[in-house]
Write a new protein. Sequence first.
Length: 219
Amino acid sequence: MEDEEDNIFSGSDDEEAMTAGEVLQKLEEAWMNEALSPELLMNKSDIIDCMMEQINEMENNIQRVKTNDLKIYIHKMELERIRYLLTSYLRIRIKKIEKYATAIMMEDGKRDPDDAKLTDSELQFAREREKNLLELFQNLVLQHMPPNMQSLEKDKICSKPNLDEYVFFRVNQDVEGVLVEEETVDNREEVIDLKKGEQHIMRYKIIRPLAETGAVSLI
């Protein structure tokens, strides 16, 4: 029975256990980055799908163990923590899509479909959100304006994330030649190197591509 309890989260062998741990670590990092980033980040549907499979497996393993041992309660608490991470991560993304639906879809339109930030379900939600907002804007504003002023340029009226927002981040790998604009009267530019393990605070737009590749993590 004890072996059964110990394997609730580990699967059938050590390799599977390590894989599950790595997936959870990636989920935690994705959650943290999404929570601290001013913009919507690339979707992590592969991690989410994998974690959902792990949750189903853990639930089945817990149900098979017929005991009230303390370990079972600990496993259940860990399961609830993972559910919270998943729910919180998805909720954060939905809030950003609600706020920046048009801007996100316009950005995705310039990307390769395989590199889209939105999942299919998120894209459907964003389209519906944009449609409702445009209809509201039409009814409240545009219809009361002269005909020559009723055209709607979505790019000019949509909300956009503030990429100049300062963020705190940790460097995951050495990066050379990062261009930083100094906050001086003449706005001088400086090229710096980032070393693994360092922590910095900078404008988000400076490290934006590094956040996408995972070279840095927001903290």
